[in-house]
Design a protein around this ligand. Structure first.
Ligand code: PEP
Ligand code: MG
Length: 615
C-alpha cells in the first residue's frame, strides 16, 4: 500500500516547482521484448467488480443518474427473464427473482450505493465497495444457504456494473501509438485496438509466462507484466515508454530519455531488416546439422508474420486463443474455418494443433473455472476428457478442415498418465471413422503428446510407444519442476528455464525419446531464446517451435555456429550448478560468437541512464 501511494503521488503529484514529475519509472517483469513509445489507454475487464479502480466522483449528480439508470435496466432485465420462465418454473423457484428485485429496492443495495456516491465516490467504485462488503458478510455466515447468497449478490453487482460500463469501452479513443494498460489484460482487449495502432502493453497481473505475454510475443508487441504497484488509472493519456527487455515502464519521459529509447527502437528495426535476408535460407549449422524452425500460433496475425519470417510449419497452434476471443463456444463450423486458415497457410508443411488447453490462467468467460489452485487443477486434457463433447467437436472440426491438405497433426496438452493418452486416442479414432463415413476424404493425423508435467518426463518410453511424436512444453515443465507459478510476479526471479534441474530433465527427455526413435520437438519459450535454442539443438531436439518474432534471431545464431561448438557449450553448462551462472556462461558464448547485440543492457544500465537523463 505504501509503495502504491508513493507511486500515485509520484505520478499525479506536482513537484515543488509546480511541474509534472518526469521519468517516473515502475518495475515489472519482461513480457515481450522490444521498446515502445506511445500513449497510455487504460481498459478494464468488462463487468469485473474486483478490477474497478478507486476514483472520486467528478460530478456526483451525474454518477447518481448513471447508477439510477443501471438499476432500472437490471430491474427490467430480471422482470423480463422471470416472465419468460413463468411457464417453466414452479412458483417457489420463481420467487427467487423476487429476492433479486427486493435487493434492488431503494432501501436495499441502491440506497447504500447512493450514500457512498454522495460521499464523493464514483458510481462503479461505490457499487464495488457495497457489493464486496455484502459478499464478505454472507460468506462468513455459518448457514450454507445464506453463504450461497453471496453468489447472487455478486451476480447482481456484475449486472449493474455492466450497465455502468456500457458505452465506456466503445468510447475508448485509441491514439496512433496506443500502449494498452490494464489490471489484467485479456486477448479480447488486444483484439479491440484497431489494426496498426497497438505499440505496447502493460499489465498489473501476470508474469513473463502468462498466456497474454506469450500472445504479445507472438504479435511482436513490447510488453511489461506484473507491475503490481502502478496507479493504473493515472496512466491514461500519459506518454509512456515500455521497455519489454527489462520489464520497466517510464511515464511522462523527458526528451533525453525519449531519445535514448528511440535509439534502441531504431537499432531493433535495423536488426530486423538485416534478418529478413535469412528468410529463405535453411536453418543449418556451419557443419551441416539441420534444425527445422517452426512457429507457435494462436491468431491469424501470427500466421502472416511467421510466413514472412520463413517458418517451416506450425509446432503449436494454441486452439484456446480463438475460444478466448469469443463470448461463447465457437461452433464446429466456426472452428473448422479457423483451423482451415492455419492448415492452408502452411500446407504442405505440418500444422500441429493442440486440443483445448483451458484452465490455469486461461479461462473462458462463458466456461468459468474457479479453483484454489488452478495450475494443479482442472486444466487441459483433464477438462476435455471430462467434457468429451468439447473434445469431439474440436477434433471433428480439425479433421474436416484437413481434407485435401493432410498436414494436420494433433497434440494433447497436460498429459500426466498413459490412460489420458489412450482415452484421447480412442476418441480421435472414433471421430476419424465417423468423419470418413460422412464422406470426407481425410487421412488419420499424426498424434503427439506434450511433455510438460514432471511425471511425463519419467514415462517417455511408455508415452512414445502410443503416439507419433513428443513435444516439450518447457513453460509448464519449468513451472512444475521448480514449483514456481509462471504467472506470479513475486516469484518471477525463481522461474528459470536455465535451472540445472530443468536442463537435466530436457537432456533426459531427449535421450529417452531417441532411444525409442520418436521425433522430439519443443514448443516452450526456451526454444525462442537464442541461447536456449543452441542448448536444445545440442541436446538433439529435432525441431524448435517458437513465436514468430524470435525466429529470425534464432536462425541467424544457429547458422553461425557448428553443432560441435554447441555440444561443447552444453557440456560446459551441464557442469554448472546455478541458473545465473549458466545464463552468464551462455550469454558470454553468444557475445564471443558475435551476437552481443541480441543481449540488452541490464536494468541497472537503463535505470542509470534514466537517472542521468532526469532533469
Ligand atoms: C508450455 O507449457 O511450454 C507450452 C508450450 O504451452 P502453454 O505455454 O500454452 O501452456
Ligand atoms: Mg503448457
Amino acid at each position: 500500500m505504501i509503495a502504491h501511494s508513493e507511486a500515485t503521488g509520484a505520478i499525479s503529484g506536482l513537484s515543488l516547482t509546480g511541474e509534472e514529475a518526469r521519468d517516473v519509472s515502475f518495475d515489472g517483469v519482461p513480457g515481450s521484448p522490444g521498446v515502445a513509445i506511445g500513449h497510455g489507454v487504460v481498459v478494464y475487464p468488462a463487468a469485473d467488480l474486483d478490477a474497478v479502480p478507486e476514483r472520486p466522483a467528478e460530478d456526483i449528480e451525474l454518477e447518481l443518474e448513471l447508477f439510477r439508470h443501471a438499476v432500472q435496466a437490471v430491474w427490467e432485465d430480471i422482470e423480463a427473464v422471470a416472465k419468460r420462465l413463468t411457464s417453466r418454473l414452479r412458483p417457489e423457484e420463481l420467487s427467487l427473482f423476487d429476492v433479486y428485485l427486493r435487493m434492488l429496492g431503494d432501501e436495499a443495495l441502491p440506497g447504500e450505493v447512493n450514500n457512498r456516491i454522495r460521499e464523493g465516490v464514483w458510481a462503479q467504485g461505490a457499487l464495488k465497495q457495497v457489493v464486496l462488503q455484502y459478499v464478505r458478510q454472507f460468506e462468513m455466515m455459518d448457514d450454507h444457504y445464506l453463504q450461497e447468497r453471496a453468489v447472487d449478490i455478486r451476480d447482481l453487482g456484475r449486472r449493474l456494473l455492466s450497465y455502468l460500463q456500457e458505452g465506456e469501452q466503445e468510447d475508448v479513443v485509441y491514439p496512433e501509438r496506443t500502449v494498452l494498460v490494464s489490471e489484467e489484460l485479456t486477448p479480447a482487449m488486444l483484439g479491440e485496438v484497431p489494426r496498426g495502432k497497438l505499440v505496447g502493453l502493460v499489465s498489473v497481473k501476470g508474469s513473463s509466462n502468462s498466456h497474454v505475454a506469450i500472445l504479445a510475443r507472438a504479435m511482436g508487441v513490447p510488453t511489461v507484466m506484473g507491475l503490481v504497484d502502478i496507479p493504473v488509472n493515472q496512466l491514461d493519456g500519459k506518454e509512456l515508454i515500455v521497455d519489454g527487455f527489462e520489464g520497466q515502464i517510464f511515464a511522462s519521459p523527458s526528451s533525453d530519455l525519449r531519445t535514448f529509447f528511440q535509439a534502441i527502437c531504431d537499432e531493433e528495426e535495423e536488426i530486423d531488416r538485416g534478418l529478413e535476408a535469412l528468410r529463405d535460407l535453411p536453418c543449418e549449422t556451419t557443419d551441416g546439422h539441420r534444425v527445422p524452425l517452426l512457429v507457435n500460433t494462436g491468431l491469424m496475425t501470427d500466421v502472416v508474420r511467421s510466413l514472412s519470417h520463413g517458418a517451416e510449419g506450425i509446432g503449436l497452434y494454441r486452439t484456446e486463443v480463438p475460444f478466448m476471443i469469443k463470448d461463447r463456444f465457437p461452433s464446429e463450423q466456426e472452428q473448422r474455418q479457423y483451423y482451415r486458415e492455419q492448415l492452408e497457410a502452411f500446407a504442405p508443411n505440418p500444422v500441429t494443433m493442440r486440443t483445448l488447453d483451458i484452465g490455469g490462467d486461461k479461462s473462458l468467460t462463458y466456461f468459468p473455472i474457479e479453483e484454489e489452485n488452478p495450475f494443479l487443477g482442472w486444466r487441459g486434457i483433464r477438462v476435455t476428457l471430462d467434457h468429451p463433447e468439447i473434445f469431439l467437436v474440436q477434433v471433428r472440426a480439425m479433421l474436416k478442415a484437413s481434407e485435401g491438405l493432410n498436414n494436420l497433426q494433433i497434440m494433447l496438452p497436460m498429459i500426466s498418465n498413459i490412460s489420458e493418452v489412450e482415452e484421447s486416442l480412442h476418441l480421435i479414432y472414433r471421430v476419424y471413422h465417423e468423419v470418413r463415413e460422412e464422406g470426407f476424404d481425410i487421412h488419420m493425423p499424426k498424434v503427439g503428446v506434450m511433455i510438460e508435467i514432471p511425471a511425463a518426463v519419467y514415462q517417455i518410453r511408455e508415452l512414445a510407444d502410443r503416439v507419433d511424436f513428443l513435444s516439450v512444453g518447457s513453460n509448464d515443465l519449468t513451472q512444475y519442476l521448480l514449483a514456481v507459478d509462471r504467472n506470479n510476479p513475486r516469484v518471477a526471479q525463481l522461474y528459470h528455464s536455465y535451472h540445472p534441474a530443468v536442463l537435466q530433465a530436457l537432456v533426459r527427455i531427449a535421450q529417452d525419446a531417441h532411444a525409442v526413435g520418436k521425433p522430439l520437438g519443443i514448443c516452450g519459450e526456451l526454444a525462442g531464446d537464442p541461447g536456449g535454442a543452441l542448448l536444445l539443438m545440442a541436446m538433439g531436439y529435432d525441431s524448435l517451435s517458437m513465436n514468430a518474432a524470435s525466429l529470425p534471431k534464432v536462425k541467424s545464431v544457429i547458422r553461425s555456429v557448428s553443432k560441435e561448438w554447441a555440444v561443447k557449450l552444453l557440456k560446459d553448462v551441464l557442469l554448472l550448478d546455478s541458473p545465473h551462472v549458466i545464463k552468464s556462461c551462455v550469454d558470454l558464448a553468444l557475445r564471443n560468437a558475435g551476437f552481443g547485440r541480441y543481449l540488452r543492457p541490464g536494468k541497472s544500465t537503463s535505470a542509470a541512464l534514466a537517472e542521468q537523463a532526469a532533469p
